[in-house]
Design a protein around this ligand. Sequence first.
Ligand code: ATP
Ligand code: MG
Length: 571
Amino acid sequence: MTEVPNNSSTEKSLNFIEQIVEDDIAAGLHAGRVHTRFPPEPNGYLHIGHAKSICLNFGLADKYGGKTNLRFDDTNPVTEDTEYVDSIKNDLHWLGFGWENEFYASDYFEQLYQFAETLIEKGVAYVDDSTAEEIAVQKGNPAEPGTPSPHRDRPVAENLDQFRKMRAGEFPDGAKVLRAKVDMTSPNMQLRDPVIYRIKHAHHHRTGNDWCIYPMYDFAHGQSDSIEHITHSLCTLEFIPHRPLYDWFIEKLNIFPSHQYEFSRLNLTYTVMSKRKLKTLVEDGHVTGWDDPRMPTIAGLRRRGYTPASIREFCDRIGVAKRDNLIDVGLLEFCVREELNRTTHRIMAVLTDGRPDAQPLKLVITNYEEGREEIMRIENNPEDHEAGERDVPFGREVFIEHDDFIENPPKKFFRLFPGGMVRLKGAYIIKCDEVVKDDAGTITELRCTYIPESRSGSDTSGLTVKGTIHWVSAAHAVEAEVRLYDRLFQVENPAADERGFKDLLNPNSLQTVRAFVEPALIQATRSGSLTNVQFMRKGYFVIDPASTPDRPIFNRTVTLKDAWAKEQKKG
Ligand code: ATP
Ligand code: MG
């Protein structure tokens, strides 16, 4: 089941994490201090799921007068890169959040190493020469107790000596590991003597070649929270079984008692939300990059025309729950549509909607003098009168949308047809007199006449017409490339499908079409005064950074109405 938009505007009750925080403050825990952190691993770009975690962590600190650290969880040297660090900081700023401290788990390598020695000295960690396969066999399965490693009872002095030699680089990768001595009989597999250090002779993006042993995620994460005195460490549900281990380390090391709380991951329909999968899409060329407008990444959404406020609004509406759920991407689209409806200028653009047989039609107004030109004043945004008006040139030849004309119209077709009348938005009423075709039968132009008394704003014609269509003056139109996007995947939940996610891609997720747009739009986008716009009757669009002065490119953010949901209901 997917979840649907929650439009209730009644005052919201506390979510379960806010409730915990308020209880902690009331109980005087940590003297009422609230300190959260956002801990991305810099192994990919942030996605909309991360935005949920960001809004939650920064939102809590904001609400309760606390602080939030940005901590790069960079304990795995092979997958991490400074490109990702930079993109993460950029995306956070763009989303509107500033952090208290910028920390790196790798800054704690020495401290974490000392923690490991402390555990060894306390007799609760040991160096194991078993291979990865042997360790897996020892751990066994949750139904039966595991079997101890032959090295489990190594004397403390020998463990210390071996661990120091691991650090000194005396062994090759995989030769030995350090394991916590917890409980080989626990039904929780995380507690069956987890590996906490491994040998990896690899260059790290920050510590270079200083280290050849690296702490495992479970050993680094909780202790990093503790080092930073994080009061409420929020993570996703899959870490519930790790919490006892997190607490075990804190207890054994007798360090600041951070506490972990878990909330549900965000999953969104028609996309995948794991950095590993998104990286595959990039590397295999299924998308043009991490910022491809079809990607659920923050960079992709930004390029698609999403605004920071619409993403924050979405995160607010989905809330936080204690069970996993799949959110309808329609809710995300709803949030951006709501905002853009309030803020964007309405521009006229004539596009082809992707069908090669649906090119714009040229309309020739035979009773309008050749060479004559008028400037029409059209309101920028009927939802916001302060947005003013702009000049739109009009002339004898205009382009109209292919679908706004039908030669043999069905009943109740209120747009143009032979002998019929429509209003050209903000200009005149026109009548279609003649359809001109080439030898192949393709319409080359529509010959029309206009009613001079019908000019918008000073109409004395006394005529009423049912249809109003948009247009662009042929003499002034600027040609643009327009990219129309559809869902990246064909199925609602690709991650849960037994077919591989790469086989479920929607082959029609991008259509590139030609469009004629108003010249004012090009001036405005060039000067940077407009980024997001509405193309009347066509949707919300944004200028793409790959545009050049003579070849503007627009990405469709979202259609005006949820045509897709309507389709679903019909079908
Ligand atoms: P991925 O599987 O995409 O790599 P991750 O959890 O490994 O995700 P991290 O960089 O470790 O990614 O995540 C940083 C923070 O963002 C973590 O606290 C994590 O729980 C949270 N997070 C990641 N994905 C989601 C999601 N889909 N919904 C909510 N929070 C998420
Ligand atoms: Mg991760």
